[in-house]
Write a protein that binds this ligand. Structure first.
Ligand SMILES: Nc1ncnc2c1ncn2[C@@H]1O[C@H](COP(=O)(O)OP(=O)(O)O)[C@@H](O)[C@H]1O
Ligand SMILES: [Mg+2]
Length: 251
């Protein structure tokens, strides 16, 4: 059998008394789109940090395309094909939108010269940022910064894209646009893991959902089944996550 795109093998991580991952084992197949939900503090962003190399697990291993990367530094993981966004956008403030994406194309995708330039413009077109290409990132609104965060990650030409709450704070039409962008990337064959509180965006995009809480996988399966799981609903104060779904969409 082919290697999974991503495989976490018994990953454990604690900050003092807070355990953010407890013997976590989870695989993502090539081209799969996985959604991750869970209450604040569940360990979702920490999980991304361990996949991208920003955080070293206390024990367990991280594998990417059949190769162990647990000790591989972040920049080398980006070059290997793991692209991520940060929950709090972190662009290079003094560089333009175009230059921010170009850095990813150079450093992450390893593209040079005209190729890097063309690729970056394509990414800006695909993420609706072309008109802001020459604007310094420091002048963007929060929503534009979130969009740039996605563009920067795509600019690294990843085979695994990690999205951390990129829909939070967007208006509904903006969420719809974002869903279209992510769906298109998925159609192009990218593996996607998307952490998101805007659950209806996830449901429209992913084929599988995992709920994390207290460092454990609480539920894993078909998105609507996970959202209907009593253990998941209980985590959201008995009401279930804000799916924003109409009865029609939800049925
Ligand atoms: N670098 C860190 N040092 C100490 N505690 C941290 C660190 N990163 C995260 N935490 C703690 O770990 C828990 C999980 O955080 P996080 O992974 O950001 O959760 P989520 O993204 O699910 O909201 C929180 O209690 C948070 O305060
Ligand atoms: Mg988080």
């Amino acid at each position: 059998m082919a290697s999974p795109l991503l495989h976490l093998d018994g990953v454990t991580k604690s900050f003092g008394k807070v355990t953010v991952a407890r013997e976590l084992t989870l695989s993502v197949q090539p081209g799969e789109a996985l959604g991750i939900v869970g209450p604040n503090g569940a360990g979702k962003s920490s999980l991304f940090a361990m996949i991208s190399g920003d955080l070293r697990p206390d024990s367990g291993a991280v594998w990417f395309e059949g190769r162990e990367v647990t000790a591989v530094p972040p920049h080398a993981r980006t070059r290997a094909g793991i692209g991520r966004t940060y929950q709090v956008p972190r662009p290079f403030e003094h560089l333009t939108v175009f230059e921010n994406v170009l850095v990813g194309a150079h450093q992450g995708a390893g593209l040079k010269g005209r190729q890097a330039w063309t690729h970056s413009m394509d990414v800006l077109d695909g993420t609706g940022l072309a008109d802001l290409a020459n604007t310094p990132a420091g002048r963007l609104t929060l929503l534009q910064r979130k969009r740039l965060e996605v563009a920067r990650a795509i600019g690294t030409a990843p085979r695994l894209l990690l999205l951390d709450e990129v829909a939070g704070g967007l208006t509904e039409p903006e969420v719809v646009e974002l869903v279209e962008v992510v769906k298109r990337l998925h159609t192009e064959g990218l593996g996607i893991v998307w952490i998101e509180h805007v659950v209806h965006a996830l449901v429209k995009t992913v084929g599988r959902m995992v709920c994390l809480a207290g460092g454990d996988v609480v539920a894993d399966g078909e998105p609507m089944a996970v959202l209907a799981d009593p253990k998941v609903r209980e985590l959201y104060l008995g009401g279930g996550p804000e799916t924003g779904l109409t009865d029609e969409e939800g049925s």
